[in-house]
Write a protein that binds this ligand. Structure first.
Ligand SMILES: *Cc1c(COP(=O)(O)O)cnc(C)c1O
Length: 366
């Protein structure tokens, strides 16, 4: 079986966790600090603040930018639910904007029409490992005095014009969940250049206490702290992330070379100047394909090849978002794309033989 995702756990990770266990100091401590310092190097930001998962990272980032009850935050309906849930957690309303068909990311040209006097921020998602169109998004944000909160949960080491994911907005959130490009089991990290935001993040993860003065509560906070066991895994993973990313890109390139000529298959689109890190390698299957998506999935299953549909239904069509007044037809591109997408394995443990096997299924059937 070639799985769609595989956490890589080697001797280094195991030893690092054992060292923390043997030290007896398990909660947030010096390993968390080390992870934060090392992570700054991959995002190119001044500050990184570790928390216990990516959703907490988003919630914390949204808090730090001052979003509160009654505010509106613009985001995409074609994402993992946490992008929108974290807005609701802060009492604000997610306002959806449809995506660009080629990149799967928010369409900047459709943002302006959704801005009103309640709008406080734009929360673009760097979906599948490719950063959003921040040139256009930044112009709109500047003109309308909006913050940008980057959901970089799938985009570790992704680049645009030589700049790294995590630095495109006022603040960004990464996930270190088990299936992400690097992981700590569960985990998350916030990046920013803003010293005030960094301080607010540290408070928010720790019940509203400043790390400078204990037992003084400045605002509502949560227990969003990461443990040193998790951070120890993360420090080791960071050392290998660059190699893993190159393997993902190599695997993606091999798939693309063969799939680009298959009728009815649309390969992932990498915007010029972008470095896509292929958290997911996602193709579209159109009506021109000899087989339906369901038939292709059956063939993959028969051949022991894992796959995924990220995501089967855009967020606005789920009951918890229909409550906000959304309905079918509101975001036609997202609705269409959700029926066409299929993600194939490209992670660092996918071998050249595995890639051959995947290609064979398409060559023989499509
Ligand atoms: C994984 C993910 C999250 C949330 O991360 P968790 O660590 O699972 O809480 C948020 N947004 C996107 C786009 C993600 O892929």
């Amino acid at each position: 079986m070639i799985p769609i995702a595989k956490p890589i756990i080697e001797e280094e990770e195991k030893n690092a966790v054992m060292n923390v266990l043997n030290s007896g100091m398990l909660a947030q401590g010096k390993k968390v600090k080390e992870l934060e310092e090392e992570f700054c190097k991959i995002s190119g930001t001044k500050y990184a603040i570790a928390v216990n998962n990516g959703t907490a990272a988003l919630h914390t980032a949204i808090y730090a930018t001052g979003i509160k009850e009654g505010d509106e935050v613009i985001t995409t309906p074609f994402t993992f639910v946490a992008s929108a849930n974290s807005i609701i957690m802060q009492g604000a309303k997610p306002v959806f904007v449809d995506i660009d068909e080629k990149t799967f990311n928010i369409d900047p040209d459709k943002i302006q029409e959704k801005i009103n006097n309640k709008t406080k921020a734009i929360l673009p998602v760097d979906l599948f490992g490719q950063v959003a169109d921040y040139d256009k998004i930044k112009n709109i944000a500047d003109e309308n005095n909006l913050k940008i909160i980057e959901d970089a949960c799938q985009a570790h080491l992704s680049e645009k014009d030589g700049k790294r994911a995590g630095c495109f907005g006022d603040i960004a959130a990464f996930s270190l969940y088990a299936t992400k490009n690097m992981m700590t089991g569960e985990g998350g990290i916030i990046t920013t250049d803003n010293e005030e935001y960094a301080e607010l993040c540290k408070r928010f993860r720790h019940h509203g206490q400043s790390e400078k003065t204990r037992y003084e509560y400045f605002d509502l906070g949560y227990n969003y702290r990461m443990t040193d066991m998790q951070a120890a895994i993360g420090v080791e993973q960071l050392k290998k992330l660059s190699d893993w990313t190159e393997t993902r890109r190599k695997n993606a390139k091999l798939l693309t070379e063969s799939l680009k000529d298959v009728k009815g298959i649309i390969i992932p689109y990498e915007v010029e100047g972008n470095k896509h890190v292929y958290h997911q390698y996602t193709i579209k299957i159109t009506d021109e394909c000899k087989l339906t998506r369901e038939k292709i999935m059956d063939k993959l299953k028969e051949n022991g090849i894992g796959f995924g549909i990220f995501y089967p239904k855009p967020l606005h069509l789920h009951p918890n978002f229909e409550k906000l007044g959304y309905k079918e037809g509101d975001f036609p591109i997202s609705e269409k794309i959700a029926k066409q997408i299929l993600s194939l394995p490209v992670h660092a443990k996918v071998s050249n033989d595995d890639i051959e096997k995947i290609i064979k299924v398409f060559k023989e059937n499509c």
